[in-house]
Design a protein around this ligand. Structure first.
Ligand SMILES: [Zn+2]
Length: 258
């Protein structure tokens, strides 16, 4: 069984969602985590998924939305994780590619989420795009000031140096459909070298469909294509890769009881 550690199920209509979930089940994708991107949206996620034992969610404010409302207090973020379906914080982080929010606000928002994750004792899903140096800096500063916290770099597309920094801090690295793209040789080399016990897979659906669906709308069932490429790169069978990434998921997202 595979787990899609990062998707956006609220982007499908009420008519589409049952079909998306049925296709995921048929593809062997047993569980999914649907991700918070604003506080208001995050608070609606438990209701969206409560009828399904195999769905989980997170709460958080994406860097794109960081300036739309006051940066949430860490205590408030931690409070929102008390619902049994909420197994993590995020996605938060820095996006200097789109720069949709001022960088300073993105930084404050990211720090609040790190502190919230530490308070809640839950992992933080980090969005990092074209911001390697500041992601590493903030991770280091927050760790030195307040101690350890669990996290993953979602939809990894950053430098080898950032992967190594994250791994040295105990972080996990999650690979998406980008791993299957013909030009992603460097990404596949990084994926080959991440310690086995830190690997996760995800779709980031409905974005970033893997080959052979590239350019089409993505969905959680397609994580099998990313997993197949990751298995090839690692010299594992698809079954062994699924066992590995699912075990890693359970260790990191310990609140998602089997
Ligand atoms: Zn993201």
């Amino acid at each position: 069984m595979l787990i899609d550690s990062h998707c956006h199920l609220d982007y499908y209509t009420a008519l589409e969602l049952p079909e998306v979930l049925a296709r995921a089940a048929a593809a062997g994708v047993g569980e999914m985590v649907t991700i918070g991107t604003t506080l208001a949206q995050s608070q609606g996620l438990p209701a969206l998924i409560e009828a399904h034992d195999n769905l989980w969610c997170t709460v958080g404010v994406h860097p794109h939305h960081a300036a739309e409302a006051p940066v949430p207090a860490p205590e408030m973020l931690a409070e929102l994780t008390r619902h049994p379906k909420v197994i993590g914080i995020g996605e938060s982080g820095l996006d200097y590619f789109y720069d949709r929010s001022p960088r300073e606000v993105q930084g404050e928002n990211f720090r609040a989420h790190i502190r919230g994750a530490r308070l809640a004792g839950l992992p933080l899903a980090i969005h990092a795009r074209d911001a390697d140096a500041d992601i590493a800096l903030i991770l280091r500063e927050e760790r030195e000031a307040g101690g350890d916290f669990a996290f993953l770099l979602h939809c990894f597309s950053s430098s080898r140096a950032l992967a190594e920094t994250a791994i040295a801090m105990g972080g996990y690295v999650s690979f998406s459909g980008m791993l299957t793209f013909p030009r992603s040789n460097e990404l596949r080399e990084i994926a080959r070298d991440v310690p086995a016990e830190r690997l996760l897979v995800e779709t980031d659906a409905p974005y970033l469909a893997p080959v052979p669906f590239r350019g089409k709308r993505n969905e959680p069932g397609h994580v099998v294509h990313t997993a197949r490429v990751l298995a090839e790169v690692r010299g594992l069978t698809p079954a062994a890769l699924a066992d590995l990434t699912t075990a890693n998921f359970r260790r990191l997202f310990a609140k998602a009881a089997a």
